[in-house]
Design a protein around this ligand. Structure first.
Ligand code: ATP
Length: 333
């Protein structure tokens, strides 16, 4: 029986399912009831499994196994399941599950990025240490919701009050241009590809400039970083060598920390300073939503491929190749 490609109906599922169809796979979307519209209407899912609550996803397992499905993870998996639950899934899973703990724990993530020799924003161990602008981030935050800035311990304590009981980290705030880099590492060819770049469109930080500074102060506005969408972009070409170097270093470090290392798509979230120094503030070890503007390929994939190549399609192509070479084990969980 042919393999089918399955994912949760959210995040980058349109791209993943369309890419799978382009590579000749049948597709399955697992959706929360009443949220299946996009997958039906855009005709990317051959079948849809509807659930009352997304948290009951593990119960669909037997059905997915029966359908010979391969699961493609994205951020929604991390939001609805614990790492333990993901590790226990028996349905074939694209990517290296063992890397998840390195990504989801901010301390381990830092260790990984440090091993790769990347420049990271500083961390303040306690609020009283804040002596430059800092960004306060909560664990498990969904796309920057609730993050705030503090320039001193006093400001931190004032603003943290409404976030009672949440765990957080205090990170140096880097002033510069935030740029998200999308990579794909193929374990079959042992090659790193730069797929695309995006910048985010976050509320309210990306629209606050529409209000005069005086009005911002009068209104007592606070910046927040809630993601609403992604904007496609290209990077200054002379920065590309560094982009490749950073990606290669992260892949190499991933092998040191976790055997098989990174499999498939990953992203470095960076801020570039006016001195053109990259600061990496996060890594995502799977497809990111910033690849969504490129369902029809990006300027960079256009250089390398003769047909439109999204990250979703690139995943399906890797699976297709692995099946052909009888090496599926190299790309699965
Ligand atoms: P996701 O997991 O969806 O990437 P998140 O909740 O982990 O989101 P971050 O991506 O870490 O949040 O941060 C959200 C936003 O905050 C970023 O897009 C960026 O604009 C800003 N930001 C985060 N860290 C820094 C930093 N150190 N300096 C400057 N800006 C930052």
């Amino acid at each position: 029986m042919e393999h089918r490609i399955a994912t949760i109906g959210s995040h980058s599922a349109l791209q993943i399912l369309k890419g799978a169809k382009d590579e000749g796979f049948g597709t399955i979307a697992v959706c929360e009831r009443e949220k299946s519209w996009p997958y039906r209407r855009f005709k990317v899912a051959d079948s849809i499994i509807e659930l009352d609550r997304m948290s009951s996803f593990p119960e669909t397992e037997n059905e997915l196994i029966k359908e010979n499905a391969i699961l493609i993870p994205h951020a929604s998996f991390m939001n609805i399941m614990s790492i333990g639950q993901i590790e226990n899934l028996k349905v074939p899973y694209f990517g290296n599950k063992s890397i998840l703990k390195w990504e989801s724990d901010r301390t381990l993530q830092r260790e990984w990025l440090r091993k790769a020799g990347l420049t990271l924003p500083g961390i303040f161990k306690k609020p009283e240490d804040i002596d430059v602008p800092a960004i306060v981030k909560f664990h498990g935050a969904k796309g920057g919701k609730g993050f705030f800035l503090a320039k001193s311990g006093e400001e931190f304590h004032r603003k943290i009050e409404e976030h009672h009981g949440k765990t957080y980290i205090i990170q140096e705030y880097i002033v510069g241009a935030p740029i998200y880099i999308h990579y794909f590492h193929s374990p079959l060819d042992d090659e790193l590809e730069v797929m695309s770049f995006d910048k985010r469109y976050e509320s309210n930080v990306d629209s606050i400039g529409r209000i005069a500074a005086k009005d911002q102060l009068d209104m007592g506005l606070e910046t927040s970083y809630n993601i609403t969408g992604n904007v496609p972009m290209v990077i200054r070409e002379s920065l590309l060598p560094q982009v490749f170097e950073m990606g290669e270093a992260v892949v190499e470090a991933s092998r040191k920390i976790e055997g098989r290392g990174l499999i498939g798509p990953f992203s470095l979230e960076t801020v570039i300073t006016p001195e053109l120094q990259f600061y990496v503030f996060e890594i995502s070890a799977r497809i990111v939503a910033g690849t969504n503007p490129y369902i029809n390929g990006s300027p960079y994939t256009a250089l390398r491929y003769k047909e439109p190549m999204s990250t979703g399609r690139r995943i399906a192509r890797e699976i297709r190749q692995a099946i052909k070479d009888r090496e599926l084990h190299k790309v699965l969980g």
